[in-house]
Design a protein around this ligand. Sequence first.
Ligand SMILES: Cc1ncc(COP(=O)(O)O)c(C=O)c1O
Length: 396
Amino acid sequence: MFSKNIQNLKTSPVRELIPYSKKAKDAGVDIIHLNIGQPDLETPKEFFEAIENFGERTIAYSDSSGRKELIDSIKKYYNNLGINYENDEILITAGGSEALLFTLMTLFNAGEEVLIPEPYYANYNSFFAMLGIKVVGIPTKFEENFKLPEKSVIENLITEKTKAIMFSNPGNPTGSVYSKDELLMLNEISKDRNLFLISDEVYREFIYDGKDTVSCGTFVDNLDRIILIDSISKRFSTCGARVGTILNKNKEFMSYILKLCQSRLSISTLDMVGAEALYRCMGKDYYEAVNKKYMERRDFLYEGLNKIDGVVLNKPEGAFYCIVELPVKDATDFSKWLLGEFSYDNSTVMLAPAKGFYQNEELGLNKIRISYALELDRLEKAIKIIDLGLKKYNNK
Ligand SMILES: Cc1ncc(COP(=O)(O)O)c(C=O)c1O
């Protein structure tokens, strides 16, 4: 009765845990959420002020392509990064999620293949399943902080059905950042084999220790094939204001995306009004202050987890995630146990088992993904709970 593609939708890696977390919550246990990639910082006041000052009496549909004022300010934001896109090369979408969905709808027929380094952002799976896209994982190693393999390894995965290489940089769920050389290598493959490069850069400002990387928007020899995916969700702590962006210089591609935008008429006018103010008002100081805050949390988490016997992790280079290997056989079972049977000071933690981020789930079996978008005191307590929990779980 229902479509095969819909029935094939994979569910989120934490879905299995939800009944356990609900039970713990109902029992009055405070749950520290290390499973959610939602920044907790305050949204800058400029967002709200712009909406309060919206002078029109009717909230009308906006242009399907996005409000011109917003596109102008995004163009300027990119100009400041040394990247040049014209207004008709920028389309506004309902979050990065719609940007991804529209991009995949435009590029792929069912049965065609996407190359993607794994582990990868699990929500991509919903889009792949919906559209019947076959995922071909590019292998990376936890021990090497998920850096890309040799060019020949990637080239050997290409078939006549491969349409695109897709990745997020900085990476969710890995917290790793590709070097400029790794990205140049992907750019070479894209040009040589005529593949689109879908570069999801929603965590662009979250790069630590001055790691040498670039936006794929700087590869000016290939901007017809490079599709940049962007969003205000993480950049400005505005996950609930659904404003994303697709940037590309291929006129035919953009004309199809525009048709998709027209089919859903408009995104939220007020969200775009707020987003425009953010792009216009927030500058280097803001990005630096946010970066500093997340780097502090990164350092705190990394040092704390490293002290726990048997816990292994790479130092995250960007975004606000990391994959952590635990001294357990099955991290999903441990995560359920933490929610269902363990608490410290009436608190416990909710983790995201890492297997759901892999095509080859075996690779993620003893690992979790942690999101450290939390205040230090919450992180401190979470680390303590993981430490005590592991000791008790392993002595059961
Ligand atoms: C890698 C990556 N891309 C895209 C998104 C989509 O974000 P949004 O739809 O809120 O812009 C997320 C959200 O967590 C993400 O982690």
